[in-house]
Design a protein around this ligand. Structure first.
Ligand SMILES: Cc1ncc(COP(=O)(O)O)c(C=O)c1O
Length: 372
């Protein structure tokens, strides 16, 4: 751990785009560190040297990443399956429940479209979809609620619901909890032992500074026991490593979350993710959390000084409204000046990661002031 002496200058040098851009947009894409690119290069070199004759050992490497990812959220490797994106995990959850007409699923107002599009999967089964503001969230849950699905941090306004409290409320009523950690895990700490979600899905291309397509899902043991895989393939049978004699017949699944993977893994993406996750574990998730929250707070205060309405969110995503100004115009003008932020649903969204600095905020504020 480097907790007291984190060398942010050396760490920042891992991210090449930052030398050209004032980048405050990790809620859209995280920058991928040089060590991740080198890890992928090593994979290609190994393929050339060994002609893929060692491919089974790549799965051992993926298991090493499984353990690293598990340690990040205080889970065990058995709880983790790799996924290509979070909608895949949401579909796994939704498709595996035995819905009855009149059941309902509840999400938060202004959630990411993955949640808002759920009626496309559920309506034909007579399942009601409830999109509810936080102020009325608890009262919208009733005896027919089977599932609550929401993000740890909202993608557009940064809202961070009190998940531990919500989770406890749901557990007492036997309602399942699906959490999307794509806008938080890697920046904010997540402890599955405390929050106890039934499923936590994370696409790693934002705060886990990994390539798109590198993601994971945590599936709690109790849920695994009742949630069948929705896809089957050569890795579905528990002896899939015996590739000389793959099982023919109905697969017997492993107990671990690996049973949801079914087929080959995207190794280059996972090697990159491993290097990124290890970098973050080395810096320390608590150190990262402190830094991103400090930077976000500093960004918010600067925008308040420039006349913005920028509520506190408790997260590392800051959203601001400038009266009479279109945030899309602002984001476009800032981009022309090599400052990257985003416009989302009427807000200017600023999302610093640990690789950002106060100097980035200075530059952003300067350009913003000039535009306003
Ligand atoms: C909360 C949240 N989940 C997921 C995603 C990406 O969706 P997927 O993982 O299905 O590509 C985003 C992208 O902005 C997001 O904000």
């Amino acid at each position: 751990m480097m907790q007291t002496t984190t060398d942010w200058v050396t760490i920042r040098a891992q991210f090449r785009a930052l030398s050209d851009w004032t980048y405050l947009n990790s809620a859209t894409f995280g920058q991928v560190p040089q060590c991740a690119i080198e890890a992928v290069d090593r994979h290609w070199q190994r393929r050339d040297q060994l002609a893929c004759g060692d491919f089974l050992s790549w799965y051992d490497d993926a298991d090493r990443l499984r353990t690293a990812v598990a340690s990040l959220i205080h889970a065990s490797a058995e709880d983790i399956a790799f996924i290509g994106n979070t909608s895949t995990a949401l579909a796994l959850m939704v498709a595996g429940l035995d819905w009855r007409p009149g059941d309902n699923v509840v999400t938060l107002a202004h959630e990411f479209p993955n949640f808002l599009y759920l009626p496309a999967l559920l309506e034909h089964q007579g399942v009601e979809f409830r999109e509810t503001p936080w102020e009325r969230f608890y009262e919208s849950i009733d005896e027919r609620t089977r599932l609550v699905a929401l993000s740890q941090v909202n993608y557009s306004n940064g809202f961070r619901p009190p998940l531990e409290e919500l989770s406890k409320f749901l557990r007492q009523r036997g309602v399942l909890l699906f959490v999307d950690g794509t806008q938080s895990v890697g920046a904010l700490q997540f402890d599955v032992r405390k929050t106890q979600p039934d499923m936590l899905a994370v696409h790693g291309y934002k705060w886990l500074i990994s390539p798109t397509g590198a993601g994971f899902v945590y599936v709690a043991k109790a849920l695994r026991q009742r949630l069948s895989p929705r896809e089957v393939g050569w890795r579905s049978h528990h002896t899939w490593r015996e590739v000389d004699n793959l099982h023919h017949g109905v697969p017997e699944f492993k107990e671990s979350a690996e049973k949801y993977e079914s087929g080959g893994l995207p190794f280059p993406l996972l090697y990159a993710m491993e290097a990124s996750v290890n970098l973050m574990l080395e810096i320390g998730p608590d150190v990262i959390e402190r830094r991103v929250l400090e930077l976000a707070d500093a960004a918010r205060k600067r925008m308040l000084q420039l006349g913005a309405d920028a509520p506190e969110t408790g997260s590392q995503i800051v959203s601001a409204k400038f009266p009479g100004v279109d945030p899309s115009d602002l984001a476009r003008e800032l981009k022309a000046r090599h400052v990257l932020v985003a416009a989302r649903h009427g807000h200017l969204r600023v999302s610093p990661h640990f690789y950002n600095t106060e100097e980035d905020l200075d530059r952003f504020t300067e350009e913003l002031r000039a535009l306003l």
